[in-house]
Design a protein around this ligand. Structure first.
Ligand SMILES: [Zn+2]
Ligand SMILES: [Zn+2]
Length: 264
């Protein structure tokens, strides 16, 4: 479909007409990241993504934010939809605790229901994850996300990177705050083993301030693939790609509201 790269947006969808012949139509946004309309900061498409996740973030007393990034030499492996989907699912498996449970079973361990619950509770029973395709992490963490308290200082990320250089990274939001060094090390080890990437780069930051949570949510839901010509092969491959994944139960009450931001 030649429209895939350059499509008129918004398009219009006819929803009906009245007896006088007036026609009613609804605006349809394509949602592609490189669309000049949808890819814009705080566009209708951006706001829709933000609103879809907001009710979940409102249930968080603290917001923890993982950024998982591949070393320069391995990024070529993530240029297809399948590779991105597989890596995204694996990250969810690890962070939800399911990977540890599976691994223990593979080793012949018997896992009781209680043990399973304990393992899940050590990890992150609820989470949200989304890919960014571009972005210099030194800049993202140091400027865009500087409001969070970061467990590391992005020292492992390749700095001076151009914004238009392919740098797929997964953003994960969890309901968690400070992480000890020991716990962080264990998480990193598991992710590296599961993704078979010994040099995988993992960042973690957190906040308990609503204004910063809102900023993080806006930041993570924004578009980064702003021009398909930055990586035409990837753009062609990710047709119908489900970028976001949510796991766990989100049936809690909101613990803060957007009203908390007044005067901010
Ligand atoms: Zn669009
Ligand atoms: Zn990013």
């Amino acid at each position: 479909d030649s429209d895939y790269f350059n499509k008129l947006c918004p398009g219009y969808f006819l929803i009906g007409s009245c007896e006088n012949g007036h026609r009613f139509s609804k605006e349809i946004y394509c949602g592609r990241e490189w669309c000049p309309t949808c890819g814009a900061k705080w566009s209708a498409a951006h706001q829709r993504k933000f609103s879809r996740w907001l009710p979940k973030v409102l249930q968080m007393k603290q917001l923890g934010y993982f950024v998982i990034e591949w070393p320069l030499a391995s990024r070529f492996q993530l240029r297809s939809k399948t590779a991105l989907e597989d890596a995204g699912k694996m990250i969810k498996q690890v962070l939800s605790g399911e990977w540890e449970i599976e691994r223990r079973r593979d080793r012949g361990e018997r896992i009781s229901r209680q043990r399973k619950e304990d393992i899940r509770a050590w990890w992150f029973p609820e989470g949200l994850r989304r890919w960014h395709f571009f972005g210099d992490l030194v800049k993202e963490l140091g400027e865009g996300m500087k409001g969070l308290a970061w467990v590391d200082n992005a020292s492992e990320s390749s700095s001076g990177g151009r914004g238009d250089r392919y740098n797929p990274h997964v953003n994960v939001l969890v309901s968690y705050g400070f992480i000890t060094r020991g716990k962080f090390r264990r998480i990193k080890r598991a992710l590296r083993a599961a993704l078979q990437e010994p040099d995988l780069i993992v960042h973690y930051g957190y906040t308990r301030e609503p204004a910063r949570m809102v900023h993080a949510l806006k930041y993570i839901t924004r578009a980064t693939f702003l021009d398909w010509m930055w990586a035409p092969d990837v753009a062609a491959s990710i047709y119908n790609f489900h970028n976001a994944q949510v796991w766990g139960k989100w049936d809690g009450e909101p613990v803060w509201s957007l009203d908390n931001l007044e005067g901010d």
